[in-house]
Design a protein around this ligand. Sequence first.
Ligand SMILES: O=C(O)[C@H](CS(=O)(=O)O)OP(=O)(O)O
Ligand SMILES: [Mg+2]
Length: 241
Amino acid sequence: MKLFVYHTPELTPTDHNPDCAVVIDVLRATTTIATALNAGAEAVQAFSDINQLMTVSEAWAADRRIRAGERGGKQVEGCDMGNSPLLCTPEQVQGKRLFISTTNGTRTLQRVENAPVVLTGAQVNRQAVVDYLSQHQPETVWLVGSGWEGAYSLEDTVCAGAIALPFYEQNPAIVGNDEVLGAVSLYRQWQDQLVELFCQASHGQRLLRLDLLDDIKYCAQTDLLNVLPLQVEKGLLTLKS
Ligand SMILES: O=C(O)[C@H](CS(=O)(=O)O)OP(=O)(O)O
Ligand SMILES: [Mg+2]
């Protein structure tokens, strides 16, 4: 197995796909996806285009769907919620499909949708991702951060390091690109102070300006949820059983 870390979807190679792609958007899309599925959502369907989300979700009865639309950290008009994982409670999502479109994470999912295996990872389900990779040993694995509008995001790369660390410690030869070592080093440095790191990050600063410190604290909880979102068809994620 070779691990490659890409800080943003724009930095991934365009001429080939990996055997397995792990989409990472800690603040907040992949944290929200893991939380919603853990809370009993039937599935999560991701859209990079909000208008397409609204059209496709129209076919679902209002009591069987939740429209989660976010741009710039704020809820999109006409949606039921924005992108906060704290709203994905069993009472809200049980048995419903979460239709989600966010600023960054849903674009990353689109970028890697043709990979044979697509998973979503966040700090909250880090171990579930590690367990899958350890068990299945894909030949090439991309850990793809979502960044922010094409720019680097600390929180996504530190999560990539959290996933890569156990493999690197077991066999340094798994390193596929320099970014893996950078991510592992970042996580080693900050693993016990993730809230502090996230609050210093540009993304965390944006969320703090929106009074969303509780979201940051929730997203920083390592291995909170033993769930693994798996793409079963392009853009459609369910729990890996
Ligand atoms: O909803 C979020 O936290 C972000 C948007 S922003 O960076 O807060 O403006 O979207 P995501 O796609 O989860 O990075
Ligand atoms: Mg993000």
